[in-house]
Design a binder for this molecule. Sequence first.
Ligand code: PFF
Length: 447
Amino acid sequence: MKLARFSRIGFILAAAGSAVGLGNIWKFPYITGENGGGAFVFVYLITVLVIGFTLMIAEMLIGYLGRRDSVTNFEDLAPRDKHLWKYGGFIGLTGLIIMIFYSPVIGWTFHFVLVSLTSLPSSVAIAETNFTEFISIDLGSQVFYHTLVFLFVTTVVARGIKGGIEKLNFILMPILFITIAAMFFYASTLSGFTQAWDFMFAPDWSKLTSASLVTAVGHAFFTLSIGMATILTYSASLPKDSNLVRSSLIVIALDTGIALLAGLTLFTFLYEYGATPSAGPGLVFISLPTVFYEMGFLGNIFGFIFFVALASAGLTSAVSLVEPIIQYLVDRFSFSRLKASMASGLFFYLFGMIAILSISKEYGHYFTIGSMNFFDWADFVTASVMLPLGGLIMAIFVGHVMEKERVAAQLKTQLGAVYPLWYFSIRYIVPIALVVVMLNLVGIIEL
Ligand code: PFF
């Protein structure tokens, strides 16, 4: 089946919309805080440049040359063992598993849009109680917001690439850019800004552990949306004669730029108002609302626009997380878009309910395996295992399976003098780095 095409700018916005998400504004600042700041940021930036850049081009290439859903593309582009390589395309399933926890968290941002206007907490202790009660006792509200996310995402993707996904990104991405830039500008005038800058850019190598290395690599994948066929699926709808290298660079620059701006802004606010940067996942939902309270009326406005921006970032990523499987169902099984969107939507909706139950006080123990509940498992398995694995499959596919000439024909002119370096990186550096990271994870290698 022929796919609808993005416009050139539509593709950039949609791919950046996918990349810039909760990962940039919620996760990046708190894992930076937990892992000691500068040294972690340095490793993350190197990973983005070396592994991220190499792989994003490879992923775009598979989509752009194949022009169909991810499974069919792997099958079509493999010169041999097609029936085996087609399973590579199932890395698209990772997105549905990410949605199991991603959708409830987008729901939290909806809740905090309201909190910002009505009841900002006056102390960290109150904020902590409110947030803990919200996520562990107030199941009704969470299910309500999760339902809104399900309805919203399903409606958008059911409208297709052009009328749904491209349009959504045309509306929400400018809102996101302007909000983050405005808040950053304000933060840069405050005295806490210098401390925030030092925290993020002055590396203290003693704080870097092997666990933080793995976290940095996992996050680089998560934040760039690579390793699960999202970028691949969007690239199947790229206009003809697109420059994959330029598109990758723009998407990576936007994604990294927004993460750094969001991090600097958040840490400035936290330093300015005496909160700690190492607050963990509650950073944005506990420390920040208290800071907004301290700011007075301005804080209500800032809080409101901040959480609207965070929700927008989450929603543009959410549509990209479900799209690979939708395209697969439409392309291979002739599902209508509506039916395919409902099927993938119901999957994350129902399992998302279990994720919500798994963090609740009352039912949590039913859904806890080992030291982690279902919610944390979904996060861990996807970011630390499935995304690096997806990246490895793609690196091997483009570097060792696809014909050399075919890859070169597409990328040699676009990459110019960097081409040999890129090809070396996709054949050796990326796979070896990923294998090392994964072996470290299961404890076979100690980094
Ligand atoms: N990149 C998104 C974020 O940083 O929040 C999350 C994400 C979207 C991951 C799409 C993977 C993906 F395919």
